[in-house]
Design a protein around this ligand. Structure first.
Ligand SMILES: C[C@H](CCC(=O)NCCS(=O)(=O)O)[C@H]1CC[C@H]2[C@@H]3[C@H](O)C[C@@H]4C[C@H](O)CC[C@]4(C)[C@H]3C[C@H](O)[C@]12C
Length: 324
């Protein structure tokens, strides 16, 4: 399972948890403006916006999981197993392999208006990156500081949903996830009134009772409700530290501890990493399951006019600051 969220204070923040039972080996990758992209069906693109994000790097190619570009547009792919369907190459469309979707969009769109125009022409194909790397079953969230959409390629077509909550998890399809939020419209960060019965003297015996009923389990529908509630009610200062700190707390509401979600005998899904990108400034912050210190890579500290891919290993060793 995975969860993605957007957050706005003075700057715009975009990130996700990557939950799985094993790692593909990911790195923080900066694609500078002159790195040549060879799109399988769309030809070569020599110049594009610079991109920073988490990627599996194979044959010097950044297979991004989540990323932002230098214009402040963010995008993440999350599992959509059993629902994602990628058609064959279709004439008259811009055919983009699912593994190319993030660089295709982030390489050329400066805002969501441009993203929407691009999506109107696209056909996301299942073209594999390599023989041993078939297309992943994914859906995507794409956002800038002003709005977000969810993109789902399914048997009955390509769906582009407005995403006013600015959050996404996995199954079921996004329209159903949003509908299910209706179940929680009575929840509140404030203490509840007694609407149960005037004839019963019901009391608030604890703080936090306004959100009683918010599901606490790890299913993706429950994480959707939980992260939406947390994000929509989130309050923080707008300094970088306060915003980044609060963003990690928002995604902390849905993180997965080893042992709670068994996917096979003795195998557990965990939050492998959590990212928080300051999309306005191009700074990628992350924590990992084993390294809870926030680590940052700043795209603007690199030569963004270069042509070679830049990548940093994910730092996974726990760093404890000893006070005495
Ligand atoms: C497994 C990851 C998604 C995690 C997730 O959503 N878990 C939820 C599990 S569940 O639904 O609730 O069961 C996805 C996110 C991004 C994916 C990777 C990226 O798409 C980049 C390439 C794409 C290639 O086609 C396949 C390898 C790959 C390197 C992908 C492997 C894997 O599918 C990743 C890492």
């Amino acid at each position: 399972m995975c969860t993605a969220a957007t957050y706005k204070t003075k700057d715009f923040y975009f990130g996700r948890t990557l939950d799985y039972e094993f790692s593909y080996g990911e790195q923080i990758a900066v694609t500078p403006r002159n790195y040549p992209f060879h799109f399988r069906h769309m030809g070569d693109v020599a110049k594009h916006y610079a991109i920073i994000g988490m990627a599996h790097v194979a044959a010097d190619y950044p297979l991004y999981y989540d990323a932002v570009n230098e214009k402040g547009v963010g995008m993440a792919g999350l599992n959509f197993v059993g629902n994602a369907y990628f058609p064959e190459v279709t004439e008259g469309k811009e055919n983009v392999a699912s593994f190319e979707f993030i660089p295709w969009v982030l390489g050329q769109c400066a805002n969501m208006k441009e993203v929407r125009a691009l999506l109107a022409k696209i056909n996301i194909t299942g073209t594999p990156f390599a023989e041993n790397m078939p297309a992943a079953s994914l859906h995507w969230i794409i956002a800038d500081a002003d709005e977000a959409v969810t993109v789902e390629s399914m048997k009955d077509g390509l769906k582009i949903y407005d995403n006013p909550a600015g959050v996404m998890t996995n199954n079921p399809p996004f329209d159903q996830q949003m509908f299910l939020l209706n179940n929680y419209r009575g929840l509140s960060p404030r203490q509840p009134e007694n609407h149960f019965s005037e004839k019963l003297p019901l009391e608030c015996y604890s703080r936090g009772m306004g959100a009683l009923g918010l599901p606490g389990d790890l299913s993706s529908a429950s994480r959707f409700a939980r992260v939406a509630f947390t994000k929509m009610n989130s309050v923080s200062g707008d300094s970088e530290e306060e915003s980044v700190g609060q963003f990690f707390h928002i995604l902390g509401s849905v993180e997965q501890q080893r042992g709670c979600c068994e996917v096979a005998e003795g195998k557990y899904e965990i939050t492998i990493y959590t990212s928080c990108c300051n999309a306005t400034k191009g700074i990628y912050y992350y924590t990992t399951y084993t390294n809870r210190q926030i680590t940052a890579v700043d795209m603007h500290r690199e030569d963004l006019d270069g042509s070679g891919l830049i990548h940093y290993p994910m730092l996974e060793k726990e760093q404890i600051l000893r006070q005495n």
